[in-house]
Design a protein around this ligand. Structure first.
Ligand code: ADP
Length: 415
């Protein structure tokens, strides 16, 4: 294993794995620290944690446990995957986890860089831009858990660190790997432990990647991963090649995001077999799940079926005020996960899931511990194949990802 990654959330882990696969690395994503061997035809492992917003001490403990597993499997370099909007608070978790990993690795310097220009995340003079606006003017300003009110990442990082934070300025990044290495040497001499790195283009990420060749730890969003595969001697085996799935096809959607609405509408408009799951009926009777499965099973041989709770903001609000937001979400996630399980038992082995939390619930219900990452369907969303006795092809799409035709295109990509 060449690259061992620790991701602070599940869909971010997939995003990173997708970039590594695009760079030619055969990549497996695991749900937490793996309990079983993953096989030996793997270049990179991404251990997906849920550590972004938990207390810093817990995030450190979980990350160190993941590191231990990766070290046991001889990973040459460690990548701590953070959010591309640097989601964190003065208490952490980017600073504390990075410093703990550095201590465990005996590493005296690393970078922290959330830049991913293809996704509209650029860093200039240490300031993070989301699309055309500074971080503190983006929607992240009002995030419920990690409101980002300062675009100056050196300042944001410094508040979370015991050691000194610094900056690898754009003028050095643009001049290439040698200039970046010289800047790193100067920062180290000045006592800096972690430096924010500027990057506004893929060319910058490639320069950074080359300069980071011998760095034991890299803290970054998924963008920096674009520049790392060039450092490794890869076998040349096709990283996206997954065994063919030949069973039934289905889509389960618990996402109420705008993009998902258009995808559901597109699927229905094009004659797809679709059934809405009504949370009011779910709350009243458990037989709603059985009825949904009884509806779906006879239709499976004819093509993909869609089961969805995707609903308008007004409908969501109505059920939330009846049950409470937490209970409504849980009820629907459980129902969709049970439906997914029932579909797989009925012979589905190509499954699209829409919704980040919904995906987590489905993966758990299917008992999946690790996924091999395959071909990208739309930016950031690849097909994956579960490892284990009965492999299932899964496309896990969080909220606003994917084009309007995603539910149709996904199965075409798999052919
Ligand atoms: P996204 O990635 O779009 O945010 P998630 O699956 O992460 O989607 O989150 C959607 C949440 O909304 C889940 O907890 C889900 O159970 C809940 N939900 C889905 N449909 C409805 C609905 N009709 N009414 C209320 N809550 C819903």
């Amino acid at each position: 294993m060449l690259l061992g990654c620790i991701a602070d959330d599940f869909t971010g882990a997939t995003d990173l794995a997708n970039n590594l696969v695009r760079g030619g690395m055969r990549t497996v994503q695991t749900v937490g620290v793996p309990s079983k061997p993953l096989g030996d035809d793997i270049d990179a492992v991404v251990v997906a944690l849920k550590s972004r917003t938990i207390p810093a001490a817990e995030a450190v403990a979980q990350s160190l446990a993941a590191l231990k597993w990766l070290q046991l499997h001889d990973c040459k370099q460690i990548y701590f995957k953070i959010c591309s909007t640097f989601d964190s608070t003065p208490a952490g978790n980017i600073g504390p986890v990075t410093e703990a990993l550095m201590r465990a690795l005996g590493c005296d310097f690393t970078i922290a860089c959330p830049a991913f220009p293809e996704a509209g995340r650029t860093v200039f003079k240490g300031h993070l831009f989301v699309g055309d606006v500074p971080l503190n003017e983006s929607g992240m300003r009002d995030h419920p858990l990690t409101p980002m009110r300062d675009a100056n990442l050196v300042r944001v990082l410094q508040a979370q660190m015991q050691g000194k934070a610094g900056l690898i300025d754009y003028t050095d990044v643009a001049r290439g790997p040698d200039a970046i290495r010289a800047r790193i040497a100067a920062l180290k001499a000045a006592g800096v432990k972690v430096a924010i790195a500027d990057a506004v283009s893929n060319a910058d990420l490639m320069h950074l990647g080359r300069a980071l060749k011998d760095m034991p730890l890299v803290t970054a969003g998924s963008g920096v991963a674009i520049g790392l595969p060039q450092n490794f001697a890869l076998t040349g085996a096709a990283a996206t090649a997954l065994p063919r799935s030949t069973g039934y096809r289905a889509i389960v959607s618990g996402s109420c995001s705008v993009a998902t609405h258009t995808q559901v509408a597109h699927f229905v408009r094009h004659g797809g077999a679709a059934r809405a799951i009504d949370p009011v009926k779910l709350a009243a009777s458990a037989s709603e799940v059985e009825q949904a499965l009884a509806w779906a099973k006879p239709l499976l041989p004819a093509g993909p079926v869609l089961l969805y709770s995707t609903a308008t903001p007004a409908a969501v609000q109505a059920i939330q005020s009846q049950l409470g937001a937490g209970r409504a979400g849980q009820l629907i996630e459980n129902a969709l996960a049970t439906i997914a399980r029932g579909l797989v038992d009925a012979g589905v082995d190509q499954l699209v899931v829409a919704g980040g939390e919904t995906s987590g619930a489905v993966v758990q219900a299917l008992g999946i511990e690790a996924l091999r990452i395959g071909l990208q369907i739309d930016p950031g969303v690849p097909w994956t194949l579960s490892l284990g006795a009965r492999p299932i092809a899964l496309a896990l799409k969080s909220g606003n990802f994917g084009g309007e035709d995603f539910f149709v295109k996904a199965f075409q990509v798999l052919q």
